[in-house]
Design a protein around this ligand. Sequence first.
Ligand SMILES: [Zn+2]
Length: 482
Amino acid sequence: MIRLPPQESLTDIERYALGLLIDLARIPPVEDPSVDVVRLLVVERDGAAPDLRTCVARDWYLERGDGTVSLPRPVLRRIGEVATARTEWRSTSRDRYDRVPARENELVQAGLASDPVISRAAVALRTAVIATAGRRPLAFVAPWPDGRRWAAAFTHDLDVVAYWPLFTLLRIAELTRKGELRRIGRVALAAVSAIGRDPVARAVRGVLDDECAHGIVSTWFVLCGTPSFATMRAGDLTYRSEGRAAQAILDTLTERGSEIGLHGSFATADRDELFREQRGRLERLVGPPVRGVRQHFLRLRAGATPRGMAAAGFRYDSTCGFFDRNGFRVGIADVVPLWDPSAQRSLGLDEAPFCWMDRTLSKYGGVEDPATWVADGAALAETCRQVEGLWVGVWHPNLSPPLGYPDAPDAFRSLLSRIAAQGPFLGPLRTMVEWRAARRSLRVRHLLPDGRFDAEAVVSPPAPQSLTLEDPSHRVLATLNR
Ligand SMILES: [Zn+2]
């Protein structure tokens, strides 16, 4: 528990950054002013905020007092800037798909993108609170349901449904450029034997079977616009979700209980009214509500695109991640509320950032061995576990031998086993987002004379889970009634 500084002493972005930090640190704020708990102080400092590497090296300048932890105001603002990717939304540089290149990201510039530095700042805050508490009461919200200490979510973008041999040919062209002759031979063999056997639907079922073996329910992002010759040539929309093949895949996903979200086509990034149209179209196919969205090719305009998503009724986005490397684009391995930089307020839309994607290494890193891709995924999962955070990975189901990726399904299976062996809470993104919204809403009103907590969460956790308060050694102090 912690007492926060008065709200009116902070600017909007400072309030956002502070809320984010105590949420990631799992420290609920206390409302009753008479309870003696550790106080967080935001202290004035002259000059600009120090550079990021120094902030990290100095544990974000957190200072411990007697029952107080203080944080310099410029450092708090710095945390807000990193968490909202400020340098990216100010940048005018774009790649050929109209995306902000990774080199514009401040964490990439500082060489810190493979570590969730803001999540670690929250861990440092929690450690400081414990160290300064003395005899003051301490309680934290348990991180994830079922007593789990971290979480993992597997997600899939359905980019390929129709015309699969075309994708095989494109991939063979890519492998030819790379001189991967042996792989080409294996692909050609697999493709020939897949003719007439619907390899796309088979690959989807294969992924679902492998996940099911570990009790994993995943999230699938599906394109839902009208393809044209131009969209196909651009690698944008390549199938109609109402078509027979896509319909069969959607039916399989529904039968298996998978979560289905929208994979926003290129045009949605600029024409936000299309979000409403595509979301409605998908809901007519799979039933409402469609809560999540991720942009195809991660094409997104900071501010404008998320505003369009929120206006169309989405609950969360999962576009925030790098397309050409693995890592943490806003320094956070967890669900966070999105900030609107132009309006300087929260959007009412959460972000579930992903830190690992199958194609970052093969497409942009020149690495063709799937075992190396998944080794990176497992290492990042270990990092997420260290900060009690959420690992989100993207695996494209078209990564199958007939479509150009021998060894890929085996590698995915090994990633599933390696992550499941570390005992995370496993679920689709909608469950992660709901759980985090409930956890974030927990407030301690008073401490009763007998030491019990009068605590309340305005948002209920997803059934059948309940929120618990725990002490620093993870012993349960109280369970909140649903
Ligand atoms: Zn896509």
